[in-house]
Design a protein around this ligand. Structure first.
Ligand SMILES: CC(C)(COP(=O)(O)OP(=O)(O)OC[C@H]1O[C@@H](n2cnc3c(N)ncnc32)[C@H](O)[C@@H]1OP(=O)(O)O)[C@@H](O)C(=O)NCCC(=O)NCCS
Length: 330
């Protein structure tokens, strides 16, 4: 698909490195082979060296251009344990706890990203989303000014309003169940930034609701309006407006009628849903009913990039996510 090819080309040009924390998973080995063959990014595989060597042989992966690290044999291990103890000091972590967590490649991989030894970490082919995100949150923290880690999907519609392969970014569809206004504002900022990083388009952000510009009054509408006020105050550079029903956000005629004078109405390319029910249902409706390709969840808002995978992912999915993750580095 051409948009993913463009993303891979961008990643290639940036010459970055991804750390794949689940290095003893055969799909990670296959993905590494593709990432190197297509020259998309350099790769570090974490795990037991002998097992990685065995799997590499089995899958025709030449390890001479791959960095293989077993966390417990790494010269950086003790430094990472000490750094992690400092990070989690307030939580009263002991040295033994920090040591035991750093043996876990999810934590070690995130620590490599924190110390600029890699540009992004990718995991989740065998670990749960909760485990992947918790390690990333604890090690990488949040981006300055951002209140929550969240996610977005890049949705590619085969055709929309006469445009082929029309791309929208949807946030949040996978992480924050019921964002408060500050968190909703952060989801909007992060999703707009993700769009810029990945496809370079100028984001036009619509804050979605069941109301358009005061057509209904309800506390749920007030939440969206509060988030909009925060965005206008803290991010005057961001093109954002609301509250909009979906059609007013993306159909020019309806936008012009229901929100005259808005530069976003009818013209939005970033859609921010008021909560996770709406976001998750919304992306699946678009995927299933409109035949859109849903790329994600793309994790955003972390201090540095780390991305989760679905446990049913293929090697090709890992390649796509790795290309996306390395591009999310500022
Ligand atoms: C991170 C997550 C994946 C799992 O977290 P968890 O371990 O169950 O949640 P906890 O509340 O115990 O949080 C663990 C830590 O992460 C932090 N955290 C959790 N969610 C966070 C978020 N969205 N942004 C920033 N920090 C977050 C917590 O503050 C906590 O930090 P602490 O240990 O320093 O106090 C959580 O975001 C989540 O469960 N989201 C819903 C995901 C989901 O179910 N998706 C399904 C639809 S696809």
């Amino acid at each position: 698909m051409s948009v993913l090819n463009d993303i891979k080309a961008k990643a290639r040009a940036k010459k970055r490195r991804v750390v794949l924390s689940e290095g003893t998973e055969p799909r990670m080995i296959k993905a590494t082979r593709i990432l190197l063959e297509e020259n998309i990014t350099a790769v570090t595989l974490l795990g037991e060296e002998k097992e990685i060597t065995r799997l590499a042989k089995e899958n025709s992966l030449d390890l001479s251009n791959v960095e293989v690290i077993n966390p417990v044999h790494s010269p950086d291990f003790d430094k990472y344990v000490a750094d992690f103890m400092e990070l989690r000091k307030k939580k009263g972590i002991t040295e033994k706890q920090a040591h035991d967590l750093m043996v876990n490649p999810l934590y070690f991989g995130a620590m490599m990203v924190r110390h600029n030894k890699a540009d992004a970490s990718v995991a989740g082919s065998v670990n749960t989303t909760g485990d992947v995100l918790r390690a990333a949150i604890h090690v990488l923290g949040l981006k300055p000014g951002i209140k929550t880690v969240s996610s977005c999907f890049m949705m590619t519609l085969p055709k929309f309003m006469e445009v082929e392969n029309k791309i929208f970014f949807y946030g949040d569809c996978a992480v924050v169940p019921n964002p408060d206004p500050d968190e909703l504002a952060s989801i909007a900022v992060s999703t707009a930034q993700t769009m810029k990083n990945l496809i370079g388009d100028e984001p036009r952000v619509a804050m979605l609701s069941f109301s358009t510009k005061g057509s209904a009054s309800h506390k749920d509408v007030d939440k969206v309006l509060e988030a909009l006020a925060i965005l206008k105050r803290d991010h005057p550079e961001l093109k954002v407006d609301g509250e909009f029903q979906l059609d007013a956000a993306v159909i020019p005629k309806i936008g012009a009628k229901k929100a005259p004078g808005s530069e976003i109405a009818g013209n939005a390319n970033v859609l921010i849903f008021p909560d996770l029910d709406a976001g998750n249902i919304g992306y699946k409706l678009t995927e299933r009913f409109a035949g859109a390709i849903a790329t994600g969840p793309i994790i955003q808002g972390l201090g540095k990039p780390a991305n989760d995978l679905s446990r049913g992912c293929s090697a090709e999915d890992i390649v796509d996510v790795a290309a996306i993750a390395v591009l999310l580095k500022d």
